[in-house]
Design a protein around this ligand. Structure first.
Ligand code: GLU
Length: 311
């Protein structure tokens, strides 16, 4: 729907939007670098969607993998968000303080047979795949051949994996991308829940926290859409509710790849928040604004028309 049609749909939308105040959304940056045009899209979109539904918007610092995080980056990100007028409705949650919860969830998955210990190194996996004549990789990750699924055979447990065997065909409806499907067993394999270095995997941490915080709607970049099926399998195994998902368009760098620190994304300048917000808004199909004080309100009205939440 075009922005000019917005006025026509306001009346009918008002009822839909007002009746959904159970909404809890979140923005979950990893403090590996400052916000840039790409990450600001997810921040702005998740904030607008929460406000459009009279909901709450939470910030969660995803610092579960300490080896990738930069000290003090959480504060820089929070300052950048504040400069844009995006304030968390609760004090930010830090994943680095939640290991006991992830361990508890892993324990439940072990008890229910959904998780098993794995003694394979990367080299073991490569050799097993070579022996079977099939090197299967996806996004640079080898697809685990299932060596330890039936037991460790005398080896020491290094990591914990999710057993994808049955019912791994996942269908879901993305609010922007439409109908999605992934057979996790075939396309991803038994994925890691806890790594050999003791670090909990993003997949487990994000599912535990989304459930614990009562997140009803996940709004994040399209590059993360591919994780959704894995997260839904985990949600089913843990018996928690699956949120709705909306994956936002990506900002592409000059090389046509997702904008990242590696391909030249510049950190958002907190002295020029409107410029950064206008860039993010354009990616979401929202019109540029001249006055910082009014920008979010204008985009909120536009958002309600463009991204209404399907029942
Ligand atoms: N922490 C992830 C990132 O910064 C986002 C996770 C999510 O939104 O599910 O890419």
């Amino acid at each position: 729907m075009a922005i000019q049609d917005c006025m026509d749909c306001h009346a009918s939308l008002a009822m839909t939007l007002n009746s959904t105040s159970d909404y809890i959304g979140r923005f979950a940056p990893s403090p590996t670098g400052p916000l840039h045009a790409g990450s600001l899209v997810a921040a702005l979109a998740s904030w607008l969607d929460a406000r459009a539904h009279d909901g709450r918007w939470l910030v969660r610092i995803e610092d579960v993998d300490r080896t990738r995080c930069l000290p003090g980056m959480d504060q820089i990100i929070l300052q950048q968000l504040a400069a844009c007028g995006l304030h968390s409705d609760q004090p930010p949650r830090y994943q680095s303080r939640r290991s006991a919860h992830y361990q508890q969830a892993l324990g439940r998955l072990i008890t229910s047979g959904h998780a098993y210990p794995c003694g394979c190194s990367r080299r073991d996996i490569e050799l097993a795949l070579q022996r079977s004549g099939q090197i299967k990789a996806r996004h640079g990750e080898l697809i685990y051949p299932g060596t330890c699924r039936a037991g460790l055979q005398g080896r020491l447990a290094r990591a914990w994996r999710f057993r994808t065997a049955d019912q791994s065909l996942v269908h879901w409806q993305d609010r922007r991308l439409g109908a999605q499907v992934q057979d996790v067993a075939v396309e991803v394999g038994d994925f890691i829940l806890k790594r050999a270095d003791g670090c909990f995997a993003y997949q487990l941490a994000v599912v535990v926290d989304d459930a614990d915080q009562g997140i009803t709607d996940v709004v994040r970049g399209e590059d993360l859409a591919d994780n959704t099926a894995r997260q839904m399998l985990l949600q089913r195994a843990l018996g928690v509710t699956t949120p709705r998902y909306l994956h936002t368009p990506l900002v592409l760098g000059a090389n046509g790849e997702k904008l990242s620190k590696q391909n030249g994304a510049r950190a958002m300048d907190t002295r020029q928040p409107l410029a950064a917000l206008n860039q993010a808004a354009a990616v979401l199909g929202l019109t540029p604004q001249q006055v910082a004080a009014d920008a979010l309100a204008h985009w909120l009205a536009q958002w309600k028309c463009l991204y209404n939440r399907a029942p």
